[in-house]
Write a protein that binds this ligand. Sequence first.
Ligand SMILES: Cc1cc2nc3c(=O)[nH]c(=O)nc-3n(C[C@H](O)[C@H](O)[C@H](O)COP(=O)(O)O)c2cc1C
Length: 332
Amino acid sequence: MMELTDRHYRYLMRRLTRCTVLYTEMLTTAAVLNGDKEYLLGKDAGDNPVVLQLGGSDPIALAEAASIGEAWRYDAINLNVGCPSDRVKSGRFGACLMAEPELVGNCVQAMQAAVNIPVTVKCRLGIDREDSYEALSSFVNTVASKGCRHFIVHARKAWLDGLSPKENRTIPPLRYEYVYRLKEEFPSLKIDINGGIVSLDETTEHLRHVDGVMIGREAYYNPSCLLQADSLVYGQTGPHNQGHERSETAMLADVARDFAQYMQSQYESGVRINAMSRHLVALYQSIPGARLWRRHLSEHASGAQDAIELVDTALSYVFDANQSVTERRYAP
Ligand SMILES: Cc1cc2nc3c(=O)[nH]c(=O)nc-3n(C[C@H](O)[C@H](O)[C@H](O)COP(=O)(O)O)c2cc1C
């Protein structure tokens, strides 16, 4: 998600879940080809699996950008055919490409020819009045015929004229049944569902019908929703599970302290602390002290030089509010 899922956010998420596939922000082909590659594509060694999402519609440029993504060790390259913003439309990429399935197919074909990792497509149900199931099925069929085996479908259409990008994430109704039907019609394709999914319970329910679930806003604005993803969805042990029963508050404190160490080392190589700590603000929700946690991080991160002190002080508000002696036992 643009402005949100940068490398620092992804580092944080890896403290919560080892198995969940993470996505970059959408990067345009021009940015990947001409921009500062370390800044745009650089990632932590423990990030994977991570998918690089590209925006563009020129098969040659996309192929080149995909190949750069592979060299930077991304696990897959995703083509954005779902973003409805005007800026994206004028650049002829994003959701408006749903009207040009042949072109999308050509892009995927060129990208797939350039790399040995999967090339996937993220799309909407449709755009404007072209929103029937048949139109979606025809789009997927055309793009699949050029080699795309994996689609992530945001289960609502986009209105390109008249709605803002934000409205396009809420106003058009969710139609999960279209995505389920797609999986029934194309059983050999990998079909993931996206849109309005906010819990692991909902995730496991969707997984009865489709191959994968993408969680967007909830994973950013309530990252702890993924705390149990490794165990509940993948049947694996999470990074914070140390073999004994621990409260969620204590596990999140470990995540926060680990991230504080990371922030400090990044700060020492020139990254502002508040450019990273913003991702931590929503870690605690709906528990005593969460408001003070958020306030402390928001008010003291700007100009901060000691990330460990910043986070420790914010954590002390959470612990004090919970008056939890048990949790303090786990503090170093
Ligand atoms: C601030 C913001 C930025 C986003 N940027 C992207 C993006 O770069 N690429 C993309 O495919 N979707 C992007 N999205 C859309 C989300 O990936 C997702 O499809 C949408 O929010 C619906 O899923 P959700 O209800 O789980 O959030 C963005 C959403 C938000 C809120």
